[in-house]
Design a protein around this ligand. Structure first.
Ligand SMILES: *Cc1c(COP(=O)(O)O)cnc(C)c1O
Length: 371
């Protein structure tokens, strides 16, 4: 089976992990700080806070913004459930704003229509690796006095108007799950230029306690205080060593993803099999996913899977999940663009290790099953 996404792990990565295993610190040690510094400098942000996964990172972002009961946070429906779940963790209300039908990115006009006196934040998802229209989202957020969060889990290394994803919103969240651009096994990061948000998230990721073990050891002190209710959302040095080693290869991998996307684009431009999503002119797409719209999607999905092509569907619109229907009364008809796209979209194999030969096999199989 050719999967839709797959990690690349080489001998350098393995050596980096083994080195940490022989060192003094397996968690809250120097490899965590190094990974944070490397991600911060890669995206050009002042602060980076590493946590145990992307979902925890989203939860930290909601905590940093002091999102609480009754607050509303605007989210798109075409995303992984975690984007909206993090709002629910804070007992706040996710409000779904429909997507642009051509890009499946949150539509700024729909966002503006959903703003109320209770709106505290907007979460934009850089779906598939294409940045949202951050200038328009920023303008709306400023005019209404609400915060802007980027769920950049698909978009590490993507650019909007020559600026890397990471400083376009007030807080930007990344995931290092194996299908994402770089992996730590499980892992996440929040980047921000706001020092106060960063300090709040460092507390939140470690029980709401004011210092970590390494700080106490350095200070020769045992004293600590718990000042707010936090979680154990820490990530280990073992994972972060892998992350730093992977980050060194990110630029090369994105280049390869963009080449693969260009081959898909040419293939679909020469036939009428499917329509790739639109890519706007002022972005550098990072291609976490390569998504096309295709008619008769369900039959083609099954046929491709049966022939060893690991296609997927990203995503079931979040507002249609039973939890959201039950808890918030969301239903069909609320986000027609997302619901319509959902019946047609399919994600094709996209990862740096997809060779020309493998991609040709994908092309041939698509042609066979759509004849
Ligand atoms: C992967 C992903 C997440 C969650 O990340 P985990 O590390 O799996 O918790 C959140 N949002 C989006 C859009 C994602 O793709």
């Amino acid at each position: 089976m050719i999967p839709y996404g797959r990690q690349c792990v080489d001998e350098d990565d393995i050596r980096a992990v083994v080195d940490v295993l022989r060192s003094d610190w397996l968690t809250t040690g120097p490899a965590v700080t190094t990974f944070e510094k490397n991600i911060a400098s890669f995206v050009g942000a002042n602060n980076a806070v590493a946590v145990c996964n992307g979902t925890a990172a989203l939860h930290c972002a909601m905590y940093a913004l002091d999102i609480g009961p009754g607050d509303e946070v605007i989210v798109p429906p075409i995303t992984f459930a975690a984007t909206a779940n993090c709002v629910c963790y804070r007992v706040a209300i996710p409000v779904f704003a429909d997507v642009d039908p051509n890009t499946l990115l949150i539509d700024p006009e729909q966002v503006e229509q959903k703003i109320t006196a209770n709106t505290k934040a907007i979460i934009g998802v850089d779906y598939a690796g294409q940045p949202c229209d951050w200038d328009r989202l920023r303008e709306i957020a400023t005019r209404h006095g609400v915060a802007l969060v980027a769920d950049g889990c698909h978009a590490l290394g993507a650019e909007y108007k020559y600026r890397k994803v990471g400083t376009l919103a007030d807080l930007t969240v990344f995931s290092f799950h194996p299908v994402k651009h770089i992996t730590t096994g499980e892992g996440g990061m929040i980047v921000t230029n706001n020092d106060d948000y960063a300090a709040r998230m460092r507390l939140f990721r470690s029980h709401g306690i004011t210092s970590d073990a390494r700080q106490r050891e350095k200070a020769g002190s045992w004293f600590y205080e718990m000042v707010d209710l936090g979680y154990n959302y820490r990530i280990s040095d073992i994972q972060c060593a892998l992350g730093t080693s992977q980050l060194a290869k990110l630029a090369k991998w994105i280049e390869r993803r963009r080449e693969i996307a260009a081959c898909y684009d040419r293939f679909f431009a020469n036939n009428n099999i499917a329509q790739p999503l639109n890519v706007s002119e002022h972005v550098t797409h990072a291609y976490h996913l390569y998504v096309v719209r295709i008619s008769n999607r369900d039959a083609i999905f099954s046929a491709l899977r049966a022939k060893g092509i690991g296609v997927n569907v990203h995503y079931v619109p979040v507002h249609l999940h039973p939890f959201y229907r039950k808890k918030f009364g969301t239903r069909e008809g609320m986000c027609p663009n997302a619901e319509n796209a959902y019946t047609q979209i399919i994600s094709l194999p996209m990862f740096p290790g997809l060779t020309k030969t493998l991609q040709n096999k994908v092309f041939e199989t698509i042609e066979t099953v759509t004849l």
